[in-house]
Design a protein around this ligand. Structure first.
Ligand SMILES: [Zn+2]
Length: 330
């Protein structure tokens, strides 16, 4: 069973210690194992590791030894095959959780656990739940069966019904510094220094995203292409970028930002060993020799500003036209 308080001293609960880069969430959940609540709300940006944390927490909740990682229960949970741990995702091709799915979840919650003493339901995108669905969920949170723990995942608290927030234990997940991600990729996944640094920077504080990138076959990093010249050339560059889907625009601009920061670093006389885009060293050295560091910093800031505007769903064509003019110095 889940409660075996004899072993619960301090932060020695190893399975949740492995929530690398999320020390607060990790200690919060470790303490929560002593007296599990019926509902948790994990809040944080996409890709910071909320789902991984939910699976580790679920495992710790239903394993006899608080998530030993080796028993049959633990292996079944992480393999996705334990009948008492269920993840509810938005169906492929749909944007929101429909009320029907929430109803199915609500009735599953009322059932008794199949094997363990507790069952855990993880709702992967609470902020994509339609209002009717959120209301249906509210009833369950008001009168939860004692053998159930719900883990709700959301990107931002603002998009969650306040009554749902107040009935859950909120656990916040933040961004992780790139150095910590890099260290984790090297220690836990055995990545070499160059690849770990590149992935850590491209992950932008999101350990989950970094782990996904590290475990996929390495794709060549995008070649950074700045607008070749002003006028029509700059417009053509912006058109090409604006035609990409939003996430691809962000990826491209993020890669460009890394590259521009590297150029600024080298132009300022920084140590070449700290360069993230070590795969593009020749072009970076050329860039650093061509312009002073302040100019590269200014260009990086322009890219950053464009990314923020695109994140707020500004008109992509206008934003990128403006960026193109900034990058070529008008
Ligand atoms: Zn176990």
């Amino acid at each position: 069973m889940a409660c075996n308080s004899g072993a619960a001293t301090g932060s020695s609960l190893h399975p949740l210690d492995s929530l690398a880069g999320q020390p607060q969430a990790s200690s919060r959940l470790t303490r929560a194992l002593l007296r599990p609540s019926h509902a948790y709300l994990f809040v944080g940006p996409t890709g910071v590791g909320k789902r991984t944390a939910a699976m580790l927490f679920a495992r710790a909740l239903i394993c006899d030894q608080r998530g030993c990682g080796t028993c049959a229960t633990c292996r079944m949970v992480l393999g996705g095959g334990h009948p008492d741990v269920r993840v509810w995702d938005v169906p492929e091709g749909e944007k929101t959780f429909k009320i029907e799915i929430v109803r199915e979840l609500v009735s599953a919650v009322q059932r008794r656990p199949f094997q363990a003493e507790r069952q855990v339901h993880i709702l992967a995108a609470l902020d994509q739940t339609q209002p009717a669905g959120a209301n249906a969920l509210l009833k369950t949170l008001e009168e939860p069966p004692s053998s159930t723990t719900l883990i709700l995942l959301a990107r931002e608290l603002e998009n969650v019904l306040p009554t749902l927030v107040s009935r859950s234990q909120v656990v916040t997940f933040g961004l992780t510094p790139p150095e910590a991600i890099e260290a984790h990729l090297r220690a836990a996944l055995g990545l070499d220094a160059t690849r770990a640094r590149l992935i850590a920077h491209q992950a932008e504080g999101r350990l989950g995203r970094a782990i996904t990138a590290a475990t996929e076959p390495p794709a060549p990093p995008p070649l950074i292409e700045l607008p070749p010249g002003p006028g029509l050339e700059a417009i053509a560059w912006a058109d090409k970028l604006a035609a990409l889907p939003g996430p691809d625009q962000q990826l491209h601009l993020a890669a460009m930002l890394t590259w521009l920061r590297d150029a600024a670093w080298l132009a300022a006389g920084g140590n070449a060993e700290r360069v993230v885009r070590a795969d593009d060293m020749a072009r970076l050295h050329g860039a650093a020799a061509a312009r002073p560091a302040e100019q590269w910093v200014r260009l990086a800031e322009a890219v950053e500003a464009a990314r923020e505007q695109l994140e707020r769903h500004a008109n992509a064509k206008l934003v990128l036209d403006h960026l193109a003019r900034e990058l070529v110095g008008r």
